[in-house]
Write a protein that binds this ligand. Structure first.
Ligand SMILES: [Zn+2]
Ligand SMILES: [Zn+2]
Length: 170
C-alpha cells in the first residue's frame, strides 16, 4: 500500500484537499479538487484494481455541477503531492491542452481550464480530446498495447469519460 491509497491528496494548484475517485468503466484513478480549483490529478496506477470508492462519470458530474471553482494561475509551477518535487509542463500550449507531469512517479495534473479548451463553442473538439488522451496516457498505453499505442483510440470508455467531462464539467 502506498501513501496515496490511504491519504487524501492536497491539490498541487490551490492547496485544498482533493476527493479520491475510481472510475471502473474507464479504468481511471483520479483525485478531483471539488472544493477548490476543479483540477484533476491522475496517479499512475490506473491499470490496478483495488478497493477505492467507485464512482461513475455521472456521479462526478453531479458533484461538480453548478460549482464555481477557484481561479488559479495555470502557468505556475506545481509540485507533485506524492513526491513533493516540481512537475513539468507538457503539451503544446497555444490554445492546445497542457498538463503538469511528475517525472518521478508519472502522476499528472489537469487544470479545469484545460477541459474548457476541449469544449469550445459547446462542441467537444476531437483533436483536443485526442491530444489530452495522448498527453495523459501515452506511456501507459505503450506498455499495454505495444506499437498499437500510437493509433488513436476512438471509442474507448476512457475516451468517452473525457468527452463527457469536457462536455458537462461546467
Ligand atoms: Zn485545486
Ligand atoms: Zn510524483
Amino acid at each position: 500500500m502506498s501513501d496515496n491509497q490511504e491519504k487524501d491528496l492536497v491539490c498541487p494548484a490551490c492547496g485544498e484537499i482533493m476527493k479520491k475517485v475510481f472510475i471502473p468503466d474507464a479504468g481511471i484513478n483520479i483525485d478531483i479538487c471539488i472544493d477548490g480549483c476543479g483540477g484533476i490529478f491522475f496517479d499512475n496506477r490506473e491499470f490496478n484494481k483495488f478497493d477505492e470508492p467507485n464512482e461513475s462519470v455521472d456521479e462526478i458530474l453531479r458533484m461538480v455541477e453548478g460549482r464555481t471553482f477557484k481561479k488559479v494561475d495555470e502557468s505556475e509551477q506545481r509540485k507533485c503531492p506524492l513526491c513533493r518535487i516540481p512537475m513539468v509542463k507538457m503539451g503544446s500550449g497555444k490554445g492546445g491542452v497542457q498538463i503538469d507531469v511528475c517525472n518521478k512517479c508519472g502522476a499528472k495534473f489537469l487544470d479545469n481550464g484545460e477541459l474548457l479548451k476541449i469544449r469550445e463553442g459547446g462542441e467537444v473538439d476531437n483533436t483536443k480530446t485526442d491530444e489530452l488522451m495522448n498527453s495523459l496516457y501515452k506511456e501507459n498505453l505503450r506498455n499495454v498495447l505495444g506499437e498499437n499505442a500510437n493509433k488513436p483510440i476512438k471509442s474507448s470508455p476512457r475516451r468517452q469519460f473525457f468527452e463527457d467531462l469536457a462536455r458537462k464539467f461546467f
